[in-house]
Design a protein around this ligand. Structure first.
Ligand code: NAI
Length: 417
């Protein structure tokens, strides 16, 4: 068994973290229990490129219980929890290639090591594995299927599929209702605020917080910031989302207006250069900028550097850029996902559903990949429904059922008033 982690001696702390998260992931635990008995993944090699956190560790445990051989690398250089990585390698027999804070070269070397097991299934968060496979002519023993965890990854993969070059089917786990409606909204919402607070210890009450992007993640961040007493301003490029933000009670402004009054800015668009030169020129002294979108491209740090006379790390993962005018701008987590760089990412309760979808989609691929086309497909409705039902069960919540009369009524067109 090979691994590349920071220090195996960290494994004990990692194991405790994994067990703690596991207590709040009952759906994944139930799937792991079935996997343990039935070993449906026996003989399947799997490479996963995910944030190496205690929640991911519980997904890896479930896959191992199912009999899979698993290699894991990180999907972001700053999201790895080194103690968790150590425990996965030492206690759970996962081939882990992940160290927090690695440079770009080491990041890609780890991806290649994870692919060296010649996976039959890939599991991505941001499509870096699939992208590497497609750019490096990885032909031998090619994967038969894959899964994708996040919005940005799904966008990249749809573009690859549209170009006719996608070589194997990918299930867009992000698009399952039991994923994005909860993980992106409540997970990113809470953990982004957690990252801002842990990094800076600022009081959010009374601050002007600008949320750029009112998609699933942006809605969550805006809601939670409001809950802490901030004045929330939303910026958008989509008319419907903007209208939704207005009717949800937020102030919607063009970014050039918001830039002048914001105290804290959060980008969650999945887009590039949202905050750039034009906005930096307008920001107040002391403005705090962070990003919770997948890649570190939403804040144009190159431009900021060229405008600055000095840069220093003033607190861990808080970089102070002093502009030539003397104004200071603070960047959290080097512009990478602030919830993972400066906090611990999404709470386990919500990752329970995302990773239940991952585990069941993997199982689905082992049975169906051969008959699927080379395209990005949805999580089967039965899986989404099963995850929702299991989650409700674990929360002790029961719901009503349609009566036979109601079923007939909903299925008919003849009945009017
Ligand atoms: P989404 O597609 O639901 O929302 C993105 C929103 O940004 C859209 O409403 C779009 O109109 C808007 N937008 C695009 N360009 C913009 C611009 N220049 N200015 C203002 N708004 C703009 O996507 P979702 O699910 O909210 O994901 C957003 C990003 O967050 C993605 O990169 C995704 O991969 C990532 N993500 C991060 C997580 C984390 O742990 N931090 C968790 C889940 C997703």
């Amino acid at each position: 068994m090979t691994a590349e982690v920071k220090d195996l001696k960290l494994s004990r702390a990692g194991r405790e973290k994994i067990e703690w998260a596991g207590q709040n992931m009952p759906v994944v635990a139930a799937i792991a229990e079935t996997f343990r008995k039935e070993k449906p993944l026996k003989g399947w090699r799997l490479s996963a490129c995910l944030h190496v956190t205690s929640e991911t560790a519980n997904l890896m445990r479930a896959l191992k219980e199912g009999g899979a051989e698993v290699a894991l690398c990180a999907s972001n250089p700053l999201s790895t929890q080194d103690d968790v990585a150590a425990s996965l390698a030492k206690d759970y027999g996962v081939q882990v290639f992940a160290v927090r804070g690695v440079n770009r070269d080491a990041y890609y070397r780890h991806l290649k090591l994870a692919l060296s097991v010649k996976p039959r299934i890939t599991m991505d968060d941001g499509a870096d594995l699939v992208s590497l496979i497609h750019t490096n002519g990885y032909h031998a023993d090619a994967p038969v299927g894959g899964t994708e965890e996040t919005t940005t990854g799904v966008i990249r993969l749809r573009s690859l599929a549209a170009s006719g070059k996608l070589r194997y089917p990918i299930i867009a786990v992000n698009d399952a209702d039991t994923k994005h409606m909860f993980d992106n909204r409540y997970g990113t919402g809470q953990s982004t605020i957690d990252g801002i607070i842990r990094a800076t210890n600022v009081l959010l009450a009374g601050k002007n917080i600008v949320v750029c992007g009112y998609g699933w993640c942006g809605r969550g961040v805006a809601q939670r910031a409001r809950g802490l007493g901030a004045q929330v301003i939303v910026t958008e490029i989509d008319a419907v989302k903007s209208l939704e933000a207005v009717m949800d009670g937020f102030r919607v402004l063009p970014l050039k207006e918001a830039a002048k009054i914001g105290d804290i800015f959060v980008t969650v668009t999945g887009n590039t250069s949202v905050l750039g030169k034009e906005q930096f020129a307008l920001l107040k002294d002391g403005a705090i900028l962070c990003n919770s979108g997948h890649f570190d491209v939403e804040i144009d740090l190159k431009a900021l550097k060229t405008l600055s006379k000095s840069v220093r790390e003033t607190r861990p993962l808080v970089d102070e850029y002093t502009l030539r005018s003397g104004r200071r701008i603070y960047i959290l987590g080097q512009g990478r996902l602030v919830n993972l760089a400066c906090a611990e990412g999404h709470p386990p309760t919500v990752m329970d559903m995302s990773f239940a979808n991952q585990a069941l989609s993997t199982l689905y691929l082992t049975k169906n990949a051969k008959r699927l086309g080379r395209e990005v497909i949805s999580v089967p409705k039965e899986i989404d429904q099963r995850v929702a039902k299991l989650k409700l069960q674990t929360l002790g919540i029961t719901i009503d059922r349609l009566t036979a009369e109601q079923e007939r009524y909903l299925a008919s067109w003849e009945l009017g008033t």
